[in-house]
Design a protein around this ligand. Structure first.
Ligand code: GCW
Length: 739
């Protein structure tokens, strides 16, 4: 008893120095190492630093290294000219004679800003070399080294060579000029266009630093639902100011280009990509941009999609549009990221009628067309027709960032075109700002998906890193979840998705668990109870959201417009393919979208080996069943249950997992600072409430078709279906808009 009392006292004493934290520091906290033995070892290994800060980037790297070491080791770290004690040498062959010598004896192929961290003996002293062939590689190496310390790794006998697999690792902000953020749940935009270029918010620097720490090297500042005004000189000067702040951190700025900008701000009559005046307008615009921002990255374009203008409005193809912009960027080294997110019927009409969505003939043709197939149908025929500096940016799945989607059929289908993967960090369909959902398992699922384009193991990861189809231009984009909330992402765990995106963009071989552990150690604590408890919560969270929202392959059954909460009953949205009923197709017989050859035949877009995993309703991987099959309520599942019972069970499992997550979190009360502890606790309460809401509303609604009882073990809904149907949230966040 006394012993227990003693342990409890010690524990409280240990935890009493946990200070409230608002989350602003992200994973870059660098608090003093709290393990005395390890601290002593680190102090012994690191006595000084040698870095020649001959450029803005090396200067940032030097400051980062020295300041963070001082704070981690709680001792002064002098800068040393000659090697007289154990020290860290950081630099490039150009900035450091030691590194120059090392690189002349060993050939490192450090393409795409890679780095080495190796232990050496020099003058009888233990040296840790952080070396790269260019300055930004050194900064990446510094952050990687600091990560070793923050995660309590051994730093003797190091021999790390790290090279990013993908060249362009980019955050796409869906930020509007008026500071609303489309599908943003973390406050308003961090870009304050009104006070730019004269006022430089410290956040811009901290943003660049956080991105550099995980290897992100590009930022698309504006929403793909674009506004031309950002291409006017006044705004370009603001963009220039941001580019200046980001430059030392290796981050290029990109803008979204509205296709009809030549009309809107150029005074032309047309935006036809083959028209000489249009071609010249874009050339001049690019010259102007590069005069101001010599390292400008290029354009991201959403064209002929959801009301955005595009080349099809002039009878031209996506390739015509992309190539015209690519040509304007070529002399300056810029790239075009052309989005494949299109689902308008392939006529100009669809665009013109986008707003009304009430044209009967049009609606019938939309209803007949499976939205799943449209990106492939439009883009596959264009394979090989794009300029060398064009990347086609493809969302992970065929519809739209659902909790679980099959991989997009475009991956593996366009060998002559570099495809860029677009992931969504902001949780538009994953509980928005209040649900704890760790997305790395979702990202890994798509990266590991096998397209079979070159036989077995032709994964999406290998398509996008260019290794299969031999592309040197490669890219990956994450739709940012960042806003001006004090902790950047609203939900403290949203930070993990930003972090995981950067880490996977650099190295898609990392596992979701590894990344979770690293993030927890740096963000919360190295305490093993904390790490293992939070890791388990994070790793369970993605399957939980699939289960309480869209189990067994259901998709797109959320509220219309705001995409908040369940609304499987909606059948009157602006376009047929915005309606949940279009996707789940529940009827008296059963549920699910038949995409086999007897249905829309979307499955024909996959290679036979890939298709095989989904083609037969009796063998289909059940996680995807209702994506591809309309099966009876009595359909026998692999575990022997009938579909209806299984569906209800899955919904219940989702809710149960959230309850379990709450308990897990509660067990960490004394390990986490109050501020973040309470914030996550309250969010988990909301998540539990909303998981129940999803479960109840969906089960009650689908029961009107199945007409079967709710199976034992599944809690009975406490409200009527009518209650759920009349819920209405006119002020829910994230809808955005440029007006
Ligand atoms: O996910 C959907 C969103 C839209 C978004 C669109 C897109 C930026 O609901 O808000 O618009 O996709 O990706 O273009």
């Amino acid at each position: 008893m006394i012993k227990i009392y003693f342990i409890v006292c010690i524990s409280f004493l240990t935890f009493s120095n946990i200070h409230a934290e608002n989350g602003y520091r992200l994973w870059l906290r660098f608090d003093k190492i709290d393990d005395a033995e390890l601290l002593a070892q680190y102090r012994n290994t690191i006595s000084a630093v040698q870095i020649n800060t001959t450029s803005p980037t090396l200067s940032v790297a030097g400051k980062e290294l020295i300041n963070d070491l001082q704070s981690l080791l709680d001792k002064k770290i002098p800068v040393q000219k000659n090697i007289t004690e154990n020290c860290i040498v950081a630099g490039t062959p150009a900035s450091s004679s030691i590194i120059s010598e090392i690189f002349s004896t060993t050939r490192y192929d450090l393409k795409n800003d890679g780095f080495i961290i190796v232990s050496k003996k020099i003058n009888d002293k233990n040296i840790i070399v952080i070396g790269a062939t260019n300055d930004i590689g050194v900064l990446y190496g510094v952050f990687a080294f600091l990560r070793l310390l923050q995660t309590h790794q051994a730093i003797t006998n190091l021999s790390i060579i790290s090279i990013p697999k993908i060249k362009n690792r980019i955050l796409d902000h869906w930020d509007n000029i008026n500071r609303t953020v489309e599908r943003g749940y973390a406050g308003i935009s961090i870009w304050n266009w009104h006070t730019l270029p004269d006022y430089i918010d410290k956040r811009y620097i901290d943003y660049a630093r956080a991105n550099a720490s995980i290897g992100i090297n590009g930022s698309v500042l504006t929403n793909v639902n674009a506004i031309s005004v950002v291409l006017t000189r006044d705004y370009l000067l603001k963009v220039k100011a941001l580019a200046y702040v980001f430059r030392p951190y290796g981050i290029k700025v990109y803008l979204t280009a509205k296709f009809n900008a030549p009309i809107e701000i150029g005074g032309l009559q047309t935006a036809d990509p083959l028209d000489t005046s249009v071609i010249n307008w874009w050339k001049k615009k690019c010259n102007e941009i590069y005069e101001l921002i010599p390292d400008f990255g290029g354009f991201l374009i959403k064209a002929n999609s959801e009301g955005q203008p595009g080349p099809q409005g002039y009878g031209r193809t996506h390739a015509d549009g992309a190539n015209m912009l690519a040509d304007a960027l070529t002399p300056h080294g810029g790239i075009v990221m052309w989005r494949a997110f299109v689902y308008d019927v392939r006529t100009q009409k669809a665009d013109e009628n986008f707003e009304e969505g009430n044209n009967n003939a049009l609606n019938n043709s939309i209803a007949a067309e499976d939205r799943y197939k449209q990106a492939y149908d439009e883009f596959k025929p264009l394979d090989g027709l794009f300029r060398k500096n064009v990347l086609l940016q493809v969302k992970n799945g065929p519809i739209d960032f659902q909790p679980r989607e099959p991989f997009s059929s475009l991956f593996g289908a366009m060998p002559y075109t570099p495809l860029m993967l677009e992931l969504q960090l902001t949780q538009e369909y994953l509980g928005q700002g209040t649900h704890l959902v760790y997305e790395a398992p979702l990202f890994k699922e798509v990266l590991n998906a096998d397209t079979y384009s070159h036989g077995k193991n032709s994964t999406v990861a290998k398509i996008i890193d260019g290794s299969i189809d031999k592309h040197s231009l490669t890219g990956i984009a994450g739709v940012a979840n960042i806003g001006n909330d004090i902790n950047w992402t609203g939900h403290p765990f949203g930070q993990a998705n930003w972090y995981a995106f950067g880490r996977l963009a650099w190295d898609n071989n990392l596992t979701a668990t590894q990344i979770a552990d690293e993030w927890i150690q740096q963000t919360f604590s190295n305490n093993t109870t904390v790490v293992s408890t939070i890791e388990k919560m994070m790793m369970a969270s993605r399957e939980a959201v699939v289960n309480y929202m869209t189990p067994l392959g259901l998709h797109h059954i959320m509220g219309t417009g705001n995409h908040y909460g369940p609304a499987p009953w909606v059948d009157n949205a602006g376009r047929p393919d915005w309606n949940p009923v279009y996707y789940h197709r529940a009827d008296d017989y059963g549920i699910g979208f038949n995409r086999t050859s007897s249905g829309s035949n979307a499955l024909a877009q996959y290679l036979p080996q890939a298709k095989q995993q989904w083609n037969d309703s009796n063998n289909c991987d059940e996680k995807y069943l209702l994506w591809f099959h309309h099966v009876s309520w009595q359909h026998k599942m692999k575990d022997g249950k009938i579909l209806w019972d299984e569906l209800c069970d899955k919904y219940q499992q989702g809710v149960d997992t959230v309850r379990w997550m709450k308990q897990q979190w509660a067990s960490l009360k004394y390990f986490i600072d109050d501020e973040r502890y309470n914030s996550v606790r309250m969010f988990l309460n909301i998540q539990q409430k909303e998981a129940l809401w999803w479960k109840n509303a969906c089960i009650e609604y689908f029961q009107t078709f199945s007409k079967m009882p709710i199976p034992p073990g599944v809690e009975k809904p406490d409200k009527t279906l009518e209650y759920y149907e009349q819920l209405n949230f006119p002020y829910s966040p994230g809808i955005g808009g440029n007006n």
